[in-house]
Design a protein around this ligand. Structure first.
Ligand SMILES: Nc1ncnc2c1ncn2[C@@H]1O[C@H](COP(=O)(O)OP(=O)(O)OP(=O)(O)O)[C@@H](O)[C@H]1O
Length: 279
């Protein structure tokens, strides 16, 4: 192939280069309505069991709150789901067929598990729109980003996401100028652009105003159904708001499930009062 024809091909933005195409995500099977299975998981750090025979199941489309005292193993549990930490024993399945313990972090993200860390990590020098555009699944192709041409489906998805996260009035604003709460919502929006089936959200309301917390609860509740959402949070008012009367709350303690059920059930559980809520 001549240099000229190679250059012609590179400048043709419709050409799809194999090395730029993300690997095909494995197919998810949620025929039993369970999206995530964590079974008999144990992880030790220098002989200390941070996770101790943990069993947890997240249903497809569920919004689950995870609470527990400092050091209960909440972050370590998220690290196992996302492939950052390998357990010593146990199993972790995404749907019926995807064995998370055989995959690395990028493959797990590709399979549909997105994670939002506590601190927002948006691109401060780019606008809200550009942040979302960069995060879009299938738009990681260098040429399409440079050419900044979205197809109609991509534009519609971007607009829908901006509305969902409530930043319609800030589309062209630099992300660095957003409030703390708005940055958190933008980052949730950026995760949504990758169409995750499961969203893991770590302490989303730390540092937020009450108004921002209420808006965040509304946003996360609106995501349930289309996505499964697992929220780790210490703020009990926020958890009560998220869990409502019917959703399941899981209380972790010393790396295991101490109690599980509706918020009113776990709040009245004497074991929970003793180790956590009674503090
Ligand atoms: N890489 C590591 N090396 C050694 N110990 C660790 C490591 N990661 C976690 N731990 C320990 O494992 C335990 C569980 O930690 P983890 O961060 O998962 O708890 P957590 O429930 O997320 O706590 P917090 O609410 O404070 O964030 C803690 O005692 C912690 O010190």
């Amino acid at each position: 192939m001549s240099i000229i024809s190679t250059l012609e091909q590179i400048t043709d933005r419709h050409h799809v280069y194999p090395f730029l195409v993300p690997a095909q995500a494995p197919k998810l099977d949620v025929s039993h309505n369970v999206l995530l299975y964590l079974e008999d998981i144990t992880v030790s750090f220098d002989g200390f069991k941070a996770i101790n025979n943990l069993n947890m199941y997240i249903n497809d489309g569920e919004l689950r709150c995870i609470i527990g005292p400092n050091g209960a193993g909440k972050t370590t549990m998220m690290d196992i789901i996302t492939g950052k930490t390998q357990p010593d024993s146990g199993s972790a399945w995404f749907g019926q067929t995807i064995n998370l313990l055989e995959m690395d972090e990028p493959a797990i993200a590709q399979a549909g598990i997105g994670r939002k860390f506590q601190k927002p990590t948006v691109f401060e020098e780019l606008s809200v729109w550009e942040n979302l555009e960069l995060a879009m699944a299938g738009n990681r192709n260098v040429w399409s980003i440079l050419n900044a041409r979205l197809n109609s489906e991509q534009s519609a998805m971007l607009l829908e996401t901006i509305e969902l996260i409530g930043l319609q009035a800030n589309t062209q604003m630099l992300a660095g100028r957003l409030s703390h709460g708005q940055k958190q919502w933008l980052e949730i929006g950026m995760l949504l652009m990758q169409k995750p089936r499961l969203l893991l959200v770590d302490e989303p309301v730390a540092g937020m105003t009450h108004q921002e917390m209420d808006r965040t609860a509304e946003l996360l509740i609106s995501l349930a159904g289309r996505h499964s959402v697992v929220v780790v949070e210490h703020d009990m008012d926020f958890v009560r708001n998220l869990a409502g009367k019917d959703r399941t709350v899981t209380v972790l303690h010393q790396g295991s499930v101490l109690s599980e059920g509706t918020m009113s059930k776990v709040q009245q559980d004497p074991k929970v009062v003793e180790v956590y809520l009674g503090e």
